[in-house]
Design a binder for this molecule. Structure first.
Ligand code: PLP
Length: 401
């Protein structure tokens, strides 16, 4: 392990997973309320995902993007059928999806000299240089400057400021319908609709950045559906490949025509095994009653958290949309993450004082109860309070997205 660059604060060695639980090297079992940071939407070891992977791996693992492969073509058609008329580009991660969107937005806006980008305070869009330029947190950005010029950050939920920032040079506006890493902040419907209006009037593209909140996490397949709008581009990644690296960009069909051969590419993007896994993921997410169950589980979790908020003064606010949940605390979230782990529950942070919960979408009611009991005990012991010591030890979920 020591040969790895220490860019993560970690110590636990996870060796296997089943359903909503993982097991470490010492044989300890944990309930995973981070779902591999939003990736394992269907939990660990989903039978149909595994079978799709095995079948496609036996047939062909990779062919190259110089040729079509059937699983990727079928997946693109499926995504379009589920979203809106669009062209799809496949990549391997969230940050690559954002990078691709930046390039496509500039390519589309090129004739009008549109090179600028707008993002929001507390946004997180990734760690590569383009997406990092759209990421608000100073400590992620500062060591790596100069970043991409021409990015403006607007205050969250402030349409007046957005109307000033978005103009004739704006290529695209990137918004997470639910900010994840930024503290689980749910964009009000009126804010998203207002942004769409401003973008339309200014001729700028609106990107619904759904790497973390897309694909069922909020209780709808796409998070933009909550505001009943049609974005110009959508980014998807984390849960798409069922745990295999896969990202996607949807570009609205009417605007996609300037993007031509050679404008972008990826050696691995649209890998057939990942695409086959994604088809199994989408089969499940779109199966009858699945999203209704996500909402039911989300309501149970929310009810329990609201009860804990009434009981423990350390809880400032509970924010959620479906199964993306933030518990804002008076004190640092690190000790709460640490305490939960001691109770056999994995969770993560969003910023310094928000406990972020991204349980598998298939989480069972009894697991929700187990989590709530653990959190109750951890808060009871004083973690999360204003005076609590920030956790200095390893594995408190620092700097993860
Ligand atoms: N965009 C959002 C909204 C994210 O939450 C993340 C990661 O958490 C990313 C982009 C970057 O994704 P990746 O880590 O797959 O590059």
């Amino acid at each position: 392990m020591s040969a790895l660059l220490p860019v993560y604060d970690r110590d636990l060695v996870i060796v296997s997973g089943k359903g909503s639980r993982v097991t470490d090297k010492e044989g300890r079992s944990y309930l995973d309320f981070a779902a591999g940071v939003g990736v394992n939407g269907l939990g660990y070891g989903d039978r149909k995902v595994l079978s799709a992977i095995r079948k496609q791996a036996g047939r062909m693992i990779h062919s190259s993007n110089l040729y079509h492969n059937e699983p990727a073509s079928a997946l693109a058609e499926r995504l379009v059928a589920l979203a809106f008329p669009a062209k799809v580009f496949f990549c391997n991660s969230g940050t690559e999806a954002v990078e691709g969107c930046i390039k496509f937005a500039r390519r589309i806006g090129r004739g009008q000299g549109r090179t600028e980008l707008v993002a929001f305070e507390r946004s997180f869009h990734g760690r590569t240089l383009g997406s990092l330029s759209l990421t608000w947190t100073e400590r992620y950005r500062e060591p790596f400057g100069p970043l991409v010029p021409g990015v403006r950050f607007c205050p969250w939920d402030d349409l007046t400021a957005a109307a000033v920032a978005i103009g004739p040079r704006t290529a695209a506006v990137f918004v997470e319908p639910v900010q994840g890493e930024g503290g689980v902040r749910v964009a009000p419907v009126e804010f998203l609709r207002g942004l769409a209006d401003i973008c339309r009037d200014a001729g700028a593209l609106l990107v619904s950045e759904e790497v973390q909140c897309g694909l069922g996490r909020t209780g709808k397949l796409f998070a933009y559906e909550h505001a009943a709008l049609r974005p110009d581009m959508v980014t998807l990644a984390k849960p798409l490949g069922g745990g295999l690296p896969l990202g996607a960009i949807l570009v609205r069909e009417e605007i996609a025509s300037p993007i031509a051969v050679g404008d972008h590419g990826s050696t691995f993007g649209g890998n057939p095994v990942a695409a086959a896994a994604a088809m199994a993921v989408l089969d499940r997410l779109t199966s009858h009653g699945f999203l209704a169950k996500v909402e039911k589980r989300a309501r149970a979790l929310r009810r329990g958290l609201n009860a804990l908020a009434r009981k423990h003064p350390a809880v400032v606010q509970v924010r959620s949309l479906g199964l993306i949940v933030g518990v804002e605390l008076k004190g640092p979230a690190g000790p709460v993450v640490k305490g939960l782990r001691e109770h056999g529950v994995l969770a993560t942070k969003a910023g310094d004082n928000v406990l972020r919960l991204l349980p598998p979408l298939v989480i069972k009611q009894k697991d929700i109860r187990e989590f709530l009991e653990a959190l109750d005990a951890v808060l009871q012991a004083g973690a999360g309070s204003a005076g609590a010591e920030p956790a200095a030890s390893k594995g408190t979920g620092g700097a993860v997205a």
